[in-house]
Ligand binder design. Structure first.
Ligand SMILES: Cc1ncc(COP(=O)(O)O)c(C=O)c1O
Length: 388
């Protein structure tokens, strides 16, 4: 049988993630290549209590269909947190619940990208975004991340020379590089974007995970009506609940809502109710403090090991990832292969560059492995280097 797949599936390269997942499933391999939060930090008791309370109090209503925009009390919680934590005048009408913030990437592609539309993103950029956008066949332009965020000169040229539908960026603790835009760079990019007709699609998956606990003002603060902001409970409560959100101007949200309805009608209502109950009964700030304290320590430990190996690397202020640069002439793909033989997985930087690059960089996840695994995994990485 010859199936008639759509042309975009013929042109989309097989995701590197497939290979990665295969390696990550092998229990004998210590993986720095994935992107999972620390399983031990998921508040099982808190979620169990919240689930029991929801089922007791809401009964079957928690298991019914609901509206596409999402459970209003949850949208109110999210809006309130923007107001109180960041001083941003969010209202629930501008917030739509999604099935993990990954769904924002797909729906943004659906409503903003026609075949051949121009979009911009960082290089290196989030692999899940490259995959999601590529299915809609855009022309992707990239701006290198340098000290303090995307290169402002390259950014300005791009905005002036191409009619971008949006620029996608991760200003806080970026995946994969671990860099954070400086406040000055945020202001500068916002100035360039003002009146340009190019929206800023701000992925804020890690904005709550700064080691110092201090919030950074998002691009949304500088460009309120031009920024589409996505957020997620995955890294701060539990990814398996699959609940994220988009905070966007109403005209964007109307189209977004329509596209989401066509995709899945609505996100899991039970998860949404559990989250509201959880947030009412627990201090999210305290929980996040516990998470960031552990991540800070693990990140420091990995940085120390990388320093001992003589590798230069980014110094994340938070989040779950960092990037290291390999010595000249060392191929990240070769290191990946040698690493797997030695029982450790790192992620070559190559797939994070849609137009090539990253051969000499690797991404390292520091949230998921335990302290013992970090120590053992880094020993194995040393062995892999020796084998090269
Ligand atoms: C930058 C970034 N955006 C979005 C996502 C998607 O996360 P979720 O769909 O669980 O919210 C991830 C997942 O790792 C991510 O790293």
């Amino acid at each position: 049988m010859q199936f008639s797949f759509s042309s975009r599936y013929r042109i989309t390269p097989t995701s590197f993630l497939d290979e990665l997942f295969r390696v990550s499933r092998d229990p004998s391999i210590i993986s720095f290549a994935g992107g999972l939060p620390d399983t031990d930090l998921i508040d099982l008791d808190g979620i169990r209590d919240a689930t029991a309370a929801v089922l007791e109090e809401e009964g079957r209503a928690a298991l019914q269909y609901t509206t596409t925009d999402g459970y209003l009390p949850l949208r109110e919680c999210i809006a309130r947190r923007y107001q109180e934590r960041l001083g941003i005048p969010a209202v629930p009408e501008e917030i739509q619940i999604v099935n993990g913030s990954q769904q924002c990437l797909d729906i943004m592609g659906k409503i903003f990208i026609s075949r051949g539309s121009h979009i911009g993103m960082e290089a290196p950029g989030y692999l899940g975004a490259i995959d999601a956008f590529s299915l809609y066949e855009p022309i992707i332009h990239t701006v290198p991340i340098i000290e303090g965020g995307p290169d402002p000169d390259r950014f300005e040229k791009l905005i002036h020379n191409h009619p971008l539908s949006f620029f996608y960026g991760i200003p806080n603790c970026q995946n994969p590089s671990g860099t954070t835009y400086s406040d000055e760079r945020r202001r500068h990019l916002a100035e360039i974007l003002t009146g340009s007709g190019c929206a800023f699609f701000e992925d804020d998956a890690f904005g709550e995970l700064f080691f110092d606990g201090k919030p950074r003002l998002p691009m949304k603060h500088y460009l309120l009506d031009q920024t589409i902001l996505s957020g997620s409970f995955s890294k701060i409560i539990a990814p398996g609940l699959r609940i994220g959100w988009i905070y966007a101007p109403v005209p964007v949200l109307e189209r977004f809502n329509h596209a989401k309805q066509a995709a899945d009608l609505h996100s899991n209502l039970l998860s949404q109710m559990i989250l509201v109950r959880y947030l009412q009964s627990n201090s999210l700030d305290l929980h996040i403090k516990r998470i960031t304290a552990v991540y800070k320590e693990k990140c420091r430990l990995i940085c120390d090991h990388l320093d001992a190996l003589g590798l230069t690397h980014t110094e994340p202020e938070g989040g779950m990832f960092l990037m290291a640069t390999l010595p000249e002439g060392t191929s990240s793909m070769q290191l990946f292969k040698e690493g797997v033989k030695a029982g450790v997985a790192i992620l070559p930087g190559i797939p994070f560059y849609p137009h090539g690059g990253g051969e000499d960089t690797i991404r390292i996840n520091f949230s998921s492995p335990s302290t013992e695994e970090i120590n053992l995994g880094m020993e194995r990485l040393k062995k892999a280097f020796r084998a090269l």
